[in-house]
Write a protein that binds this ligand. Sequence first.
Ligand code: FAD
Length: 475
Amino acid sequence: MLGTVRALDAVVVGSGPNGLAAAIVIARAGRRVVVFEAEPVPGGGARSAALTLPGFVHDVCSAVHPFARGSPFFRTLPLDRFGLEWIEPPAMLAHPFDAGPAALIHRSIERTAAGLGRDARAYERLIGSVVGAWPRLEAAVLGPLRWPAHPLALARFGIRALASAESAARAFATERGRALFAGIAAHGMLPLDKRPSAAFALVLAAMAHVAGWVIARGGTQQLTTALVEYLRSLGGEVVTSARVGSLDELPPTRAVLCDLSPKPLLALAGARLPAWYRRKLESYRYGMGAFKIDWALGGPIPWRDPDCALAATVHLGGTFREIARSERAAWEGAIAEEPFVLLAQPSLFDPSRAPDGRHTAWAYCHVPHGSTADMVPRVEHQIERFAPGFGARILARSVMTPADLERHNANLVGGDIAAGVVDLRQLFTRPTWRTYATPLEHLYICSASTPPGVGVHGMCGYFAARLALARSLRD
Ligand SMILES: Cc1cc2nc3c(=O)[nH]c(=O)nc-3n(C[C@H](O)[C@H](O)[C@H](O)COP(=O)(O)OP(=O)(O)OC[C@H]3O[C@@H](n4cnc5c(N)ncnc54)[C@H](O)[C@@H]3O)c2cc1C
């Protein structure tokens, strides 16, 4: 049995942002909670490490944090007092093209629209309407399915969001507008002609204006450190290098919250779950994987369009068609020769990430579930296409295949960084219609495999913990 010194109200398995959020909600309610984390360092998808050379700090998984800064729960926590500082780059996103200037998303909608020429009005209408309604939408978008407080605003948003990116992008008249929209939609890890791929573009683009596509000074680990330290200040405990193999190993407690996706949850609790629920979890669908690369660089990325250096995030995929082809290929089990690459360059805005004059870069592309293909040449070719001379700046690289991602975090089955396909069938009813609850009265799920799903926002943990407090942890 995993030891603990005190009698417990709740155990959280896993210290990802949702596990820590759940523990904080429980500790803030005055209950005794401990988090068991398998890895030596807490954080799950919110970690940093020296993956390449000494002195270079890389974000192992998440790097850019519109959701964390905009999270209705994290916003209520005094994380700045525990060392968290957000850095907002001059631009939120750059999307370069083979010819002509890059499209940029700025914090200001008007400035962003002005850069889109003929598509200025379309951007203001499509994204501006979501930004304007965000205070009425955020509880519904970043929470479980329930009767909305603002049904009209949600209905208006829903009509657009539940469409495919392909049909929503028809609002744009130019290739620049369509391609910019496609790159943001592709975060959803769905083919762009599949519903609700438009939702990712609408929400993430709106978050650029509402919260900013920010990075954490010192690396994403700083967010985790702040969450852990705040939890400790409330009396909560985090035990690392403590892999939980089965529910039987846990100390006596009134509630167990698992920051796990269905496959590792089945490994942990399967024997105790009724067969019908086990079957439901077994039929949960994981999606395409990610192939991730981190580089230590001798200098900044030599973008052909210098405006690409204004943003921490750069989308490399050129046109709508090329991005759509790449996402469709990964979905269908094929390798895209020109993969859509999501790149971050945090050291441009945070000198603590690399030694003087040196830089870091972080990138991934989508690949088929569990793919073993080596994407390094294809990804570096895409960067070179928009930044000739990139290859000559590489000092070292770290590579994570889908299998590596799963090895380092059991939640990422087949390298699926969204912890499960986010299509209409698994958008609201993740991982089953019971969402956070299970047939075992004291067992809850609090990972990104519950609503609202992927992203570092802690909202899955928040809602799961509120349910546990109401059901299992009432006085
Ligand atoms: C490569 C990559 C890039 C990403 N980029 C971004 C981004 O830029 N912005 C963004 O918002 N999101 C991003 N994400 C997604 C984000 O990281 C996840 O959605 C988020 O971390 C999910 O949080 P979680 O708490 O649900 O689970 P996780 O972060 O997956 O944490 C689960 C934790 O549980 C632990 N665990 C598993 N099994 C056990 C066990 N048996 N016993 C004890 N502990 C266990 C794991 O070690 C892990 O620490 C990215 C993810 C990846 C992989």
